[in-house]
Design a protein around this ligand. Structure first.
Ligand code: PLP
Length: 400
């Protein structure tokens, strides 16, 4: 068993997944076929949103959201430093300014009180939006963020890449699924192999806003539409000036805005559909694994903090905070256990340092970074493997 590599996360591809992809490859469509619409509709149902738009990856999803919400040169947008860089980068793609705000050291999520303090310190209108991240799979309380955002007229992009199937409990005790469109203007998911649902590469945007939905559809495909949102400025010309009773011929399309090619392929969407069928099963298993870590580790003197057992947590990651993290990381690696760090605080990346960010700016995030380690967490991790991980952690601290 020592020879088998245990990563921090990995995809689960079944024979059924493979057959589904083979079928899609044998069909008439490789891209823009029926599997995409099916995947969008199934995904919207899964998270409880009205609309869903599938795209090439989670980063493209964030970029399109930033465009649809009209981020412009110099617009200030708030996000957390404990996230994958793309959550912040999407603001930069549109020329906006990223303003990092610290995390809550208990939940590891963007701290709403820090965000409120930041907003109160500047005149209204200074900031345009907030990008909270359901980090590790733990849902942000979006009802609270919505109330704050409304006070300052901000939009919300929920980065839910870690949390399909996750939820928070609202004020009256109801489960509110990540990406359900009730509080965030848009929510973003990723189908990279380490995430819950694997498409190879893939992403999804969910929303309840019809206007944003239509804009996203255009932006995903060069800004071109063939739908009922065409406004006909070349057809009369082609018809010899006849402006009356225009029936669009089959070939007629309009490029209305500057978009991209961020389309997913049909066979990736087929894989997504097949994976989505098993999503609840995978989530169940992730929660079991979390429970086992929680119980096994919570009394250990070397544990400073951990993800724990939290209602609605989707457990993309299971985070442990420990002393001598580097020592443990190396020791685990020697035993072929590949733990990982999520994340090096985004504001300390050379790119963001060049924009003026520094050590000391985000004390909670920086302190978290000194101790955090993501333990192996994926549905096919066996009980035996998990026990080996826990025992190996224990033996490291006993040997010191
Ligand atoms: C994975 C991830 C992304 C980007 O998704 P890709 O599909 O890899 O482009 C964005 N935000 C977070 C929090 C992620 O974990």
């Amino acid at each position: 068993m020592e020879n088998k590599i245990i990563p921090y996360g990995r995809q689960h591809i079944t024979e059924e997944d493979i057959q589904t992809v083979i079928e899609a490859l044998k069909s008439d469509y490789l891209t823009q076929g029926p599997k995409i619409a099916e995947f969008e509709s199934n995904f919207a149902k899964y998270v409880g949103s009205k609309y869903a738009v599938a795209v090439t990856n989670g980063t493209a999803a964030l970029h399109l959201c930033a465009m649809a919400l009209d981020i412009k040169e110099g617009d200030k947008v708030i996000t957390t430093p404990i996230t994958f860089a793309a959550s912040a980068n999407c603001v930069r793609y549109c020329g906006g300014e990223v303003v990092f705000c610290d995390i809550d050291p208990k939940t590891y999520l963007l701290d709403i009180d820090s965000v409120r303090n930041l907003l109160q310190a500047s005149p209204k209108g200074t900031y345009k939006g907030i990008i909270p991240v359901d980090f590790a799979g733990r849902s942000v309380n979006l009802q609270d963020f919505r109330a704050l955002a409304d006070e300052y007229n901000l939009w919300i992009i929920e980065d839910a890449c870690h949390s399909p199937g996750g939820y928070f409990i609202d004020e009256i005790g109801n489960k509110q699924l990540c990406g359900n469109g009730k509080w965030a203007d848009v929510s973003v998911f990723s189908f990279h192999p380490v995430k819950h649902i694997a498409c190879g590469e893939g992403g999804m945007i969910t929303t309840n806003n019809e206007e944003i939905y239509k804009q996203l559809l255009r932006l995903r495909s060069h800004g071109i539409t063939k739908g009922d949102d065409r406004y006909n400025n070349t057809l009369a010309f082609a018809n010899g000036g006849n402006e009356e009773a225009i029936v669009y011929p089959g070939w007629y399309m309009e490029m209305q805005t500057l978009g991209f090619n961020y389309r997913i392929t049909d066979f990736q969407a087929a894989l997504g559909n097949s994976q989505l069928n098993r999503a609840d099963e995978g989530l169940e298993r992730r929660r079991e694994i979390a429970q086992t870590y929680d119980v096994a580790l919570k009394t250990k003197p070397y544990v400073k903090g951990q993800s724990g057992t939290v209602d609605g947590h989707a457990y993309h990651l299971y985070v442990l905070e420990v002393a001598d993290r580097l020592g443990l990381y190396n020791y685990l690696r020697e035993q072929n256990i590949f733990s990982q760090i999520h994340y090096i605080p985004c504001h300390l990346m050379p790119y963001y340092r060049d924009l003026g960010w520094n050590e000391g700016d985000m004390p909670h995030a920086e302190n978290y970074y000194k101790y955090c380690l993501s333990l192996p967490m994926y549905p096919t991790l066996t009980e035996e493997e998990q026990k080996f991980v826990i025992d190996t952690i224990d033996s490291f601290y006993k040997s010191r």
